[in-house]
Structure formats: C-alpha cells, structure tokens
Design a protein around this ligand. Structure first.
Ligand SMILES: [Mg+2]
Length: 265
C-alpha cells in the first residue's frame, strides 16, 4: 500500500497548528517534514501572518529541528508582494500599513514604499496587521484610497490565538479602512485562492499538489477554491467532531502525521 505522501509531489503546508503550536513542534512534525524533503517532495510553508519574514520563519523551523530554506516560505505579506508584481504595480508608489516584516517584502519585488504623510500620494495601499497600528496610518491609507489608490489586504483574519486570549489580527484593521473609505480590498491570503495560485506558480508545472492545514474555513476551503487536494490534520484548531459537522469536506482527515509517512496497515 502507498503512503499518503506518495500520492503527491508538491506540499503546501500551513504553519500554525500544523508544524507547531506556539513554540513547540506538533507531534511527529520534524520527522514528517524532514521525510518529505528526503523523499524529494517540494515543500512550501504558507501562513496568513504577515508580520514576519521568510527568514524569521526559516530560523524558527531550524530551531524546531526542521531545516528549511527561506525560499520554502510564503507569508501573506510575500504573497501580496508577488501579487503586486504579477499585476505590474510595483513601479507605483506604495503605502504599507504593516509591520517591519511586511515592508521589506514589498521592497524586495521593487516596490517603492512611501513613508509617513507622503503616503497620501500612494497609488497602492497594502495592509497587514501589526501591533503599532495608529490613527495616523488609518488616515493616510484612507486619504490615498479616496484619491484612487488600489487597496490590497494581506488577509482578513479576525484574530490569532495567544496565551492570554485572541489578539486582533489583520481583519479589524482592514475593516477600519473599509469603513472609513467605503472601499473593499483585494484580499490575497487564505481562504481566497490568490495565495494558493501564487504558491502553485512557485512549484514546477504538472506536479500533484496538496495543502495540509488545520482550519477548514481557511486552509481547506481556500485549497478547494484553487483546485488543490486537501488534507486536514487534527493537530491544531479543528477536532474530529468539528470536521464531521462541517459542510467543508477535505479529501483526507488525519489524526496525526503517521498517516502521511507510514503505509496503511
Ligand atoms: Mg493553522
């Protein structure tokens, strides 16, 4: 019998709840994701979190015992930058509402990032959640969008789990700009299919691709929208009961990664 991993060539892998929970690897994650590499599979770790760079994530995985190259990561911030590049928008002035991790992603594709009040002259506004969001940023982004700037959101996740509860994510910041301008953004991250299409462009053509994720309404729904095979792993925020009740049906539901790397008995 085939191992599940033998059915696919290219693996898109969600990070939080799949590879790690906080600062701990999920059970069997190092063995599994190292085995993928040893089997010659292509890996691309994807995350909606736009606050950190690919280098930050590569360092984190190395710390957890999963050697990985920065080129194997696609954050929603990098996806937004690649989206701008694909749309031919990187030669226009860009205002970034986001962390110090997001700005270099936009600059890496040749984007000219405006700072401070100059931002009202931007032709593109890119928004990713960050802890230092201010009224000043809200005002500059809103003025630029009123004057016709394109409005791009890395994602619109409402929140993310932290030890003391759910912290506001990119969604509430996007919503503030949306309410102020009456304009809705182009959203790049999960569950929109754009991040998946951008991810697939980073793989060689004609491989069999699959997403491994822990969220039905994000990883699995987005993967299905992009025409990917889907594997739900119950190591993160979804329980077997939640998966049973959901109208979103992944191709495979696995308790843990042993299903991926060992043939069925
Ligand atoms: Mg996750």
């Amino acid at each position: 019998m085939k191992r599940l991993l033998d059915r696919f060539d290219h693996f898109l892998i969600d990070l939080d709840g799949v590879v790690y929970l906080g600062d701990q690897p999920t059970p069997c994650a190092p063995e599994t994701f190292n085995a993928l590499k040893e089997a010659g599979k292509r890996r691309l770790f994807i995350t909606n979190d736009p606050r950190h760079t690919a280098n930050d994530y590569a360092r984190k995985l190395i710390r957890l015992g999963i050697p990985a190259d920065p080129a194997e990561f696609l954050t929603s911030g990098r996806a937004a930058a690649l989206y701008l590049e694909n749309e031919g928008k990187t030669d226009r002035p860009i205002f970034v509402v986001g962390s110090d991790g997001l700005r270099p992603e936009i600059e890496a594709v040749g984007g000219r990032v405006l700072r401070g009040r100059e931002g009202t002259a931007a032709a593109v506004v890119v928004v990713g959640g960050h802890e230092h969001f201010s009224y000043q940023e809200l005002k500059i982004a809103s003025l630029a969008i009123q004057r016709g700037a394109a409005f791009i959101a890395t994602n619109r996740d409402a929140n993310f789990p932290m030890p003391d509860g759910l912290w506001p994510g990119t969604g509430p910041i996007v919503a503030a700009i949306e309410v102020a301008t009456g304009v809705s953004p182009v959203v790049v991250g999960k569950p929109e299919k754009r991040i998946f299409e951008i991810a697939l462009d980073l793989f060689p053509p004609n491989g069999r691709s699959v997403i491994i994720g822990d969220r039905l309404d994000s990883d699995i729904l987005g993967g299905q929208r992009a025409g990917l095979a889907t594997i739900l792993v119950l190591s993160g925020c979804t329980t077997a009961a939640m998966a049973d009740r959901s109208p979103i049906r992944p191709d495979y539901v696995i308790e843990n990664f042993s299903r991926l790397t060992t043939p069925p008995a």
